[in-house]
Each structure stands twice: as structure tokens, then as C-alpha cells.
Design a protein around this ligand. Structure first.
Ligand code: IMP
Length: 427
């Protein structure tokens, strides 16, 4: 019953797409369990580069069934354009399954996301502006629209009208915007519904049956541990649970069925949007990490904030996710530095603190305590085994492993599909 969860151990953008794709051939189902088109995976297959935002990256493996679970929020127009973009490039997407319980990002959710951020001014979260937060808010408020609602015009109309009754007050009276007309939204949603009907299924039943039949199921988290609405750097987080527990609630597969939880860990740290980031660099090292690592958001095109590796964050990820393994990515980006600083603890108001503080105030005050590791200058992108890495690269990886609390079972040494060192097999 191999059910694996693959998730970001930091603030997202750790290179999950590559890890998922590496496993793609041996996996029967790849399932997204939270988030929406705020995610961004870049997957390189041969000489082709694919940027996926909403679809599970398993969509590129013909043997694999891609699944969008109930915990995901779906913008149907983005879904349809992502599918047609892949079809135009010859990718067969007909196996896709979508949960009827997943929530729909409506056009008014996108509008509310954008105007709220604008209204917040310098207190803004720096969201991706894709309507993610407002859609999850509607879900929790029990005013959301689900995929299954698109197949009952009467229910859909009632729900859209009820939601807009409140939102139009907000839009017109608070934000000075035009009201949105329910009829037009319903019409658009009904058309989208028809266009995605072939994919809609009882994904919970299908996934549980698959696990009973010993199929390999991979749960693919979007964003990352520190963007989790419960366990992340709240309020500078996304509105869902990328952490391992989200794989259960977001798909309807119980925790006893999960066999392995793999954290994707970048060899340094990045974050997009606002919020605390103790190891952030504002100098030429930060600029070099951004340039060499190509640290620009796949979804938003925004430059990512860059900094050195933060060991308390990695330990925290091990703890809150129950990680069994790490996949260390982008080690090659660090090639060429004479010394590589690693944050081993924090100094908070004059005291040394070993673990991520639970208090937002303390984390805002956390200053990194660095230990320097000797760098390497050799090209590592051709290394196929751990032993082929330069001595200092091996020592860096071993030190990270020791500090992070779970074995590093794979290492990314370049962006290509084959530029990975596998140490322990995941399946
Ligand atoms: P939202 O998910 O659009 O609501 O944005 C909330 C926060 O999560 C912002 O700081 C975003 O930049 C961040 N975020 C959302 N998706 C991703 C991602 O895939 N990678 C990195 N940051 C993300």
C-alpha cells in the first residue's frame, strides 16, 4: 500500500515538480490535495520545459492517472487553458480525474483577492492574486461553489446569488467597485461545467480502491510547510494545508494509509511575497543565488527573496510533517562559493534559540546564527552517485542531513530530469 506524500519543506518553490516527475514512471496516481493555480511547477522532460500551475505534474507521464482532490480550489478557465496548452503539445490529458467536492474559484473570488490586497496597502500578504484565499474563505463560510454544483443549475444559481448578495455590498460600498451580476457568473460556470464534465469523479473512492489494490499513489503538495495556514508563518501564508495532514483531508485517504512523507528541501532558502525570513540576503550573494538559481516565480513572474539554508526550518518541517526523507534540490546552485553559511540556530533578543519559535513576534526578531562550510568549485551536474560529489559538497549535504532530522534520500544537481542523485529509493 505505497502512499507517498511529497511536499515543500520551506516556503514553496523547492523544486517539487522535478521530484514528482522523477517518480512519475513508477507511480500509478499523482494527486494534488490543496491549493490551486497559485502553485507553479516547472518540469523538464527531454528538451521540453513545462510550467504547470494547477494540474498535478504526473499529467506528463502517460502511465499515470492525475487527480485533483477535494482539497484543491479550481479556477475552471485556468484548468481548461492548461489542458488545451498541453494537448497542443501532444500531451494526452484524458485520464485526469477531478473531485466533485473540490471548490471553484469564481471570477468574484479573484476580484475580491485583488481588491483586498490593494485595500490592505503596506499590510498586504503579497498573494498571487488568483482568488485562493477568498475561495477557501467561502468554503469555510459554507458559501462556496463546488464542482458538483455546476451540474445543477437551480442550486448553482441560488448559491451564486447568495454569495454575491454579500460580496456586492463589499465591492460597491467598501471597495468602490462595480457590482457583479449573478446571471453572467452562473452562465459562465455552467459552460465550464460542461467542458470539464468528463473528468469529474468520486476520487476518494477511486484512490482508496487503488490503495487496496496496492497501486502506488503520490500526493503532491503545493506551496510549502511555512506557507501552511496552521503551521506556517501566519498571517503570511496561503489559505490551505500543504503539510502532510492536508493530504488526508484534501483527498479522503486516511492517515494510516500514508507510508512515506518526503520533504523537498532547497539547498538554500527562498520565499515569495511578504513575511519574516531570517536568512534573507540583501547583498550580492542574494542576487547571485537569484540569478544562478533562476529564482523567479513560475506563476507570478515575481523575483523570489533569497537567503542561506535555515536548519531550524528544516527541523520544523521534519516535525510537523513527520518526514521520513528529504529530497535536497538545487545543490548545483551553490557551486563556486568559497564559504557557504548555514543558519544553525537563531539569536532572539540576545538568547540563542535552537528551534523555530512558535511566537510570531519572536520569529520577527530572529537573527540567524551562522556556521560556515567550505564550498566547492567543480561542476557537480554529472554526478550520478553521492560518492562522485566533491568532498566539500558531501560534507555540506551530510551536515544538512544531521541538522534536519531525516535522511536525504535524493539530491538535485541540475534542472534536467536525469540530473538527480538517488541515494535511497522512494518506492
Ligand atoms: P495565495 O496563496 O495566493 O493566497 O498567497 C499567499 C502567500 O503564499 C503569498 O506570500 C504567496 O506569494 C505565497 N505563495 C502562494 N503560492 C506559492 C507557491 O507556489 N510558491 C511560493 N509561494 C507561494
Amino acid at each position: 500500500m505505497p502512499a507517498l506524500v511529497l511536499l515543500g519543506a520551506q516556503w514553496g518553490d523547492e523544486g517539487k515538480g522535478k521530484a514528482t516527475d522523477l517518480l512519475g514512471g513508477s507511480v500509478d496516481y499523482v494527486v494534488r490535495y490543496q491549493g490551486g493555480n497559485n502553485a507553479g511547477h516547472t518540469v523538464v522532460v527531454g528538451d521540453q520545459k513545462y510550467a504547470l500551475h494547477l494540474l498535478p505534474s504526473g499529467i506528463l507521464s502517460p502511465e499515470c492517472t492525475p487527480v485533483i482532490g477535494n482539497g484543491v480550489v479550481i479556477d475552471p478557465s485556468v484548468l481548461l487553458s492548461e489542458l488545451s496548452g498541453l494537448n497542443e503539445r501532444g500531451v494526452d490529458t484524458s485520464k485526469l480525474l477531478i473531485s466533485g467536492n473540490a471548490h471553484i474559484i469564481t471570477t468574484y473570488n479573484v476580484t475580491v483577492d485583488k481588491v483586498t490586497e490593494r485595500f490592505l496597502g503596506k499590510r498586504k500578504i503579497g498573494t498571487t492574486g488568483r482568488g485562493i484565499g477568498p475561495t477557501y474563505a467561502d468554503k469555510i463560510n459554507r458559501t462556496g461553489i463546488r464542482v458538483q454544483d455546476l451540474y445543477d443549475e437551480s442550486i448553482l444559481t441560488q448559491k451564486v446569488e447568495a454569495a454575491l448578495e454579500i460580496k456586492n455590498q463589499l465591492l460597491t460600498k467598501l471597495y468602490n467597485r462595480r457590482a457583479i451580476e449573478a446571471g453572467q457568473v452562473v452562465e459562465e460556470l455552467l459552460t465550464h461545467g460542461e467542458n470539464i464534465k468528463q473528468y469529474v469523479a468520486d476520487t476518494t473512492l477511486i484512490l482508496n480502491n487503488a490503495l487496496d489494490e496496492d497501486k502506488v499513489v503520490l500526493f503532491e503538495g503545493g506551496q510549502g510547510t511555512l506557507l501552511d495556514v496552521d503551521h506556517g508563518t501566519y498571517p503570511f501564508v496561503t489559505s490551505s494545508n500543504p503539510t502532510a495532514g492536508g493530504a488526508c483531508t484534501g483527498t479522503g485517504v486516511g492517515p494510516t494509509k500514508i507510508s512515506r512523507v518526503i520533504g523537498i528541501l532547497k539547498a538554500y532558502t527562498t520565499r515569495v511575497g511578504a513575511g519574516p525570513f531570517p536568512t534573507e540576503l540583501f547583498d550580492e550573494d542574494g542576487e547571485a543565488l537569484r540569478r544562478i538559481g533562476g529564482e523567479r516565480g513560475v506563476t507570478t513572474g515575481r523575483d523570489r527573496r533569497c537567503g542561506w539554508f535555515d536548519a531550524p526550518i528544516a527541523r520544523y518541517a521534519t516535525r510537523v510533517n513527520g518526514l521520513t526523507d528529504f529530497f535536497l534540490t538545487k545543490l548545483d546552485v551553490l557551486t563556486g562559493w568559497e564559504q557557504i553559511p548555514v543558519c544553525v540556530a537563531y539569536e532572539i533578543d540576545g538568547k540563542r534559540v535552537e528551534e523555530l519559535p512558535y511566537s510570531q513576534t519572536d520569529f520577527h526578531h530572529a537573527k540567524p546564527v551562522y556556521e560556515n562550510f567550505p564550498g566547492w568549485s567543480e561542476d557537480i551536474s554529472k554526478a550520478k552517485t553521492f560518492d562522485e560529489l566533491p568532498k566539500n559538497a558531501k560534507a555540506y549535504v551530510k551536515a544538512l542531513e544531521e541538522m534536519s532530522g531525516a535522511p536525504i534520500s535524493a539530491i538535485g544537481v541540475g534542472p534536467g530530469r536525469t540530473e538527480t542523485i538517488e541515494i535511497n529509493s522512494f518506492i
